[in-house]
Design a protein around this ligand. Structure first.
Ligand SMILES: [Zn+2]
Length: 383
């Protein structure tokens, strides 16, 4: 990488400098949650009559939940699916190598003494840190593992199409993370899938009392939005997307597959869990483009692209997401949150963006135009 090249300053970074201290980047143009730093342009994010966003409400709910009761429920579910004679795996733990993966494996193998099959959809954009963390987790928790790695040419084609299709670069990851573990669950007749992060705080469409239940189409609804069969065109063949094809509804039903989120049954705290897996199991953080936290998406070298695309399209990136989490937990004031968000969201993610332009053949202008054309509702007010 050329050190000679000065990092290009984006138009938005100049705007960020002009916005007053503690004010959001698009102050006066779009509304922000009155408690955290989330803007109304976030997908599916509802504000209540007081102007407070759903994840802020969820983080409040979390304090009043009887977690002991929920843990008892979890124990019951796990016992129900435990293989009585050891003739099959007890569950599938879909893992990426992120800190949630390590924490999930810890809970499943050490706390509840289950024998899981770990399943990884490899987006094929692994960072060195991510590879290390994945292998480290498999060794530490001594589990069987299956990984699917899509071919490079298909990843490149899908990353190009993804931008026009859903307005970020990662359709193949959104779809594969959902489809591959489910394919394995059906093939191996393993009924229970154990995910990590709860939906209630992760996006604005669910709460702790009203979660979106896991089903076959969960990831299509939440992130991928298109089925593999719909992505096929004259450049992308069905054989390019086999890892992304969901088992049929009948197959999933017949196999009796159930998915749960540990975060719905235990108090989920990203910061504490990161410290825990780092100090006890050697999990490593990384420098990540577009945010100040080193533990989210540390496994992917394209995370900066995903977040910068969101920033162009919706006016906020990962810096805002993370600052909002920290404001909710009281680690930052809202003003400090906006300062961090401005600093990180508006930065050009040079490493991942340059790579993306290379594999897709888009110019940077085309890239920005595609995303601006994707703006809808209030996002249309963005400069
Ligand atoms: Zn909020």
């Amino acid at each position: 990488m050329g050190d000679k090249k000065r990092v290009k300053q984006t138009r938005y970074e100049r705007l960020a400098k002009k916005a007053g201290y503690g004010k959001p980047l698009f102050h006066g143009k779009i509304r922000y949650c009155v408690r955290c730093c989330m803007p109304e342009t976030a997908e599916g994010l509802a504000f209540d009559e007081m102007g407070i966003c759903q994840p802020c409400r969820s983080s409040e709910q979390k304090i009043h939940i009887n977690w002991k009761e929920r843990e008892a429920k979890l124990r019951k579910i796990l016992e129900k699916y435990r293989s009585k004679d050891g003739s099959n795996y007890d569950c599938i733990v879909p893992i990426s190598g992120g800190k949630d993966s390590t924490f999930q494996l810890y809970v499943v193998t050490q706390v509840y003494k289950l024998n899981p099959l770990a399943v990884t959809f490899n987006h094929n954009w692994y960072s060195e840190t991510g590879k290390y963390n994945l292998e480290n987790a498999l060794e530490r928790f001594d589990v069987d593992h299956i990984m699917f790695t899509p071919k490079r040419s298909a990843v490149n084609k899908l990353a190009k199409k993804s931008l026009q299709l859903i307005g970020d670069t990662c359709w193949h990851c959104h779809a594969g993370v959902g489809a591959f573990p489910l394919q394995i669950a059906v093939k191996y007749k393993i009924k229970l899938l154990i995910w990590g992060e709860p939906g209630g705080e992760n996006h604005g469409r669910a709460t702790y009392f009203d979660p979106i239940p896991y089903d076959r189409d969960y990831f299509t609804k939440i992130s991928a939005r298109y089925y593999a069969e719909e992505v096929v065109d004259k450049n992308i063949s069905l054989s390019d997307v086999l890892g992304y094809v969901l088992p049929s509804k009948e197959e999933v039903e017949k196999a009796g597959i159930v998915g749960i989120y540990l975060g719905d049954y235990m108090f989920w705290d990203d910061e504490r869990q990161t410290e825990f897996v780092r100090d006890n199991f050697g999990w490593r953080e990384d420098k990540i483009e577009g945010t100040y936290k080193g533990y989210k998406s540390a496994e992917c070298r394209m995370a900066g692209m995903h977040d910068y695309s969101k920033f162009i399209k919706r006016g906020f990136g990962r810096g805002t997401d993370h600052a909002s989490i920290d404001v909710r937990t009281g680690l930052l004031t809202r003003e400090e949150g906006f300062e961090l968000a401005k600093k990180h969201d508006a930065q050009r993610p040079s490493k991942s963006l340059d790579y993306y332009l290379k594999i897709t053949g888009y110019s940077e202008k085309e890239f920005e135009k595609i995303l601006k054309d994707k703006r809808d509702k209030k996002a249309k007010l963005l400069p």
